[in-house]
Design a protein around this ligand. Structure first.
Ligand code: ZN
Length: 350
């Protein structure tokens, strides 16, 4: 598992280079036809073993990019203007540590000081600045350029026996799983791997990768929102239970429907049956928020039967996410079982 290295690498959408490099090294020798497409996604093929004709070509995709920010301007006092890349809740930003540009210049997100802005609810990204410790614009010059990406500055760590903490588990956990899958096998089916770019800003890399790979079936491997903690905004007398989309420790998450996709019922049935057959716990996700690469993939070429398998993660799209090691292991086990058991008949097709 190379989750730690992947989590520590910076790959804000459109600038996934560091992540791509790690993955290329890790899959070297474990797949054929390793290519970087013009958008920057990695595609690779791991041919199935055996002589079976007409075996399903299954695409597994995981996105390399993460949400972050981009430098859009400079103030005379040396602070940086920035915008978000991907969905980020502005309320979590003031005070956060960040890394700016390829050299990872340390900075902190500031906002209008409290004695000039008493309305605590009015945190707007446009009023935030990043302080990199420069005393004026001249000092920033040459160090930071317009368009430089900015990433959360956070540390990966293992907590106790089961918990992992780190940045960008959405979707470095999917990338790490896909690397493990390619390093394992071979499988009876052709595995078409895609490590995609620019998912967080509109599922862009996956669309192109799917058009090139022309899969029959596709699964997006994701890190998805676990909502299994109390809602901090709930009123004290609000007795509503949290309504979890999924929980840490309850196993891989199979999407039924999200904003980008309704999973093919036959494929979903096959995924559930496979989990049950191999005694792997799983949970279903029906909440509508968000989309995944599968949302783009399933409408490419002549249509691709698509699903999503996710590892539940707390606090995605923030500096620090948590996931459970057992969920990781069970997700890997489930995907590998699917690759072994997948047949046209299983999908209800001839
Ligand atoms: Zn994602």
């Amino acid at each position: 598992m190379i989750l730690q290295e992947l989590s520590e690498a910076v790959g804000v959408s459109g600038k996934e280079d560091a992540v791509r490099k790690l993955i290329l090294n890790a899959i070297d020798g474990h797949a054929d036809q390793i290519r970087i497409d013009p958008m920057g996604s990695i595609t690779a093929v791991k041919p199935g073993k055996g002589k079976a004709k007409n075996r399903p070509r299954i695409m597994l995709s995981a996105h390399m990019d993460e949400v972050g920010f981009m430098v859009t301007g400079f103030d005379g006092d040396g602070s940086l203007h920035f915008i978000n890349i991907g969905g980020i809740d502005e309320r979590i930003l003031p005070g956060l540590r960040v890394k700016v540009g390829e050299s990872g210049i340390p900075g902190v997100i500031i906002w209008t000081p409290i004695h000039r802005n008493r309305d605590q609810n009015a945190v707007k990204l446009g009023s935030l600045r990043i302080d990199i410790g420069a005393s004026d614009k001249g000092e920033v010059n040459g160090k930071v350029k317009l368009g430089d990406r900015i990433a959360f500055d956070s540390q990966y760590m293992e907590i106790g026996a089961t918990m992992l903490r780190g940045k960008a588990f959405d979707d470095r956990v999917g990338c790490s799983l896909l690397v493990d899958i390619l390093q394992g096998g071979p499988y009876p089916v052709d595995v078409l791997a895609a490590f995609t770019v620019q998912e967080e800003i509109g599922l862009r890399g996956a669309r192109v990768a799917a058009q090139a790979l022309k899969p029959d079936v596709a699964l997006a491997l994701e890190g998805t929102t676990a909502n299994d903690i109390p809602n901090p905004l709930a009123e004290p007398d609000d007795e509503d239970e949290p309504n979890p989309a999924c929980r840490l420790g309850d196993g891989p998450v199979l999407t039924v429907m999200d904003r980008s996709l309704i999973v093919n019922p036959k494929l979903l049935g096959f995924l559930k049956q496979t989990a049950e057959k191999h005694k792997i716990p799983y949970q279903l996700k029906t909440q509508l928020g968000g989309g995944t690469d599968a949302g783009a993939i399933h409408t490419t070429t002549v249509g691709v039967t698509s699903g999503v398998i996710s590892v539940p993660c707390r606090y995605i799209h923030s500096p620090t996410a948590y996931l459970n090691r057992d969920d990781y292991a069970n997700t890997l086990k489930l995907v590998q079982a699917i690759l072994k058991d997948l047949t046209w008949e299983g999908l209800g097709r001839d």
